[in-house]
Design a protein around this ligand. Structure first.
Ligand SMILES: Nc1nc2c(ncn2[C@@H]2O[C@H](COP(=O)(O)OP(=O)(O)O)[C@@H](O)[C@H]2O)c(=O)[nH]1
Ligand SMILES: [Mg+2]
Length: 259
């Protein structure tokens, strides 16, 4: 593979839709791309997976074998992925000149907070991995919402220590002013601070000031990639970041293209 991108984020933020849209965007720009579904509990995927963990792991079987309900089975299923990578690894061998997109379970904790996941990423990517944190623009449109998503991003980063992308998805659902605010808050933490104090009471001022300082000092995020997986908006920027990391910024991967 040229590189792999593991897509995580809170439930319903559009991870699976983003995976499908990214694959379509890559293919329509003459790159090879494939999707691996790593969610054994997915009832539906908005794309046709090229490789699917559901062929190796069945939640119904786990429920009956371990006498578990759906939640317990999802946790066991997530932990079993690490022991069931053979099919995926064999399929990946044929995807030499591909970008491989890994879709992960709906609930963020089933992937990002399981102890085996960093190992899984290394095993499947041979070190060529980025992690895309997908959040919902509607959730991030208030100062407190944006901060909470940044903190969640930080907590995912603390698990994987991989290059990360902050994908602000569903931008088609917010107005231009809200989008401008979010991008502005990222560039100007002082304005985020003021906006937050307008929204919340002063009593959290000290706490919040420390959190913002930590963000600033660690340069956590810096670039918000706004996309709409529904309208195919913003994917050139996502690809530029991928190309920057995997190919050193040059579009030298034309050597992998079909033409
Ligand atoms: N309007 C809009 N809806 C989206 C977008 N991306 C995903 N959705 C919708 O959000 C819902 C959850 O998407 P899904 O990809 O299943 O989320 P996941 O749980 O994070 O994998 C679905 O109804 C999608 O159609 C987007 O960019 N814009
Ligand atoms: Mg999903």
């Amino acid at each position: 593979m040229i590189g792999s991108i593991f897509v995580t984020g809170p439930a319903g933020t559009g991870k699976s839709t983003f995976c499908g849209a990214l694959k379509d965007w890559l293919i329509s720009n003459d790159y090879n791309a494939a999707i691996v579904n790593l969610d054994p509990g997915a009832e539906f995927t908005p794309y046709e997976p090229d490789v699917d963990i559901r062929e190796s792991i069945s939640l119904a079987q786990i429920m009956s074998e371990f006498n578990l309900g759906p939640n317990g089975a999802q946790i066991v299923g997530a932990d079993l992925i690490l022991e069931n990578t053979e099919l995926i690894e064999n399929s990946l061998k044929e995807l030499d000149d591909y970008y491989v997109i890994f879709d992960t379970p709906g609930q963020i904790e089933l992937f990002s907070f399981r102890p085996g996941s960093p190992l899984l990423v290394d095993k499947l990517s041979h070190g060529k991995a980025m992690v895309a944190f997908v959040t919902d623009a509607v959730l991030s449109a208030s100062p407190s919402g944006f901060i909470s998503q940044k903190m969640l991003y930080g907590s995912v980063m603390s698990r994987f220590f991989k290059p990360m992308l902050f994908i602000l998805n569903k931008t088609d659902l917010i107005g231009d002013d809200d989008l401008r605010n979010i991008l502005n808050w990222e560039q100007n933490p002082d304005q985020l601070y003021d906006a937050f104090l307008d929204e919340k009471q002063e009593m959290v001022k000290d706490y919040f000031s420390s959190v913002l300082n930590a963000f600033q000092e660690s340069r956590m995020i810096s670039k918000v990639l706004s996309v709409s997986s529904k309208d195919f908006y913003g994917f050139e920027d996502v690809y530029s970041e991928m190309s920057l990391f995997f190919m050193g910024g040059s579009d030298a991967d034309t050597m992998y293209r079909d033409d």
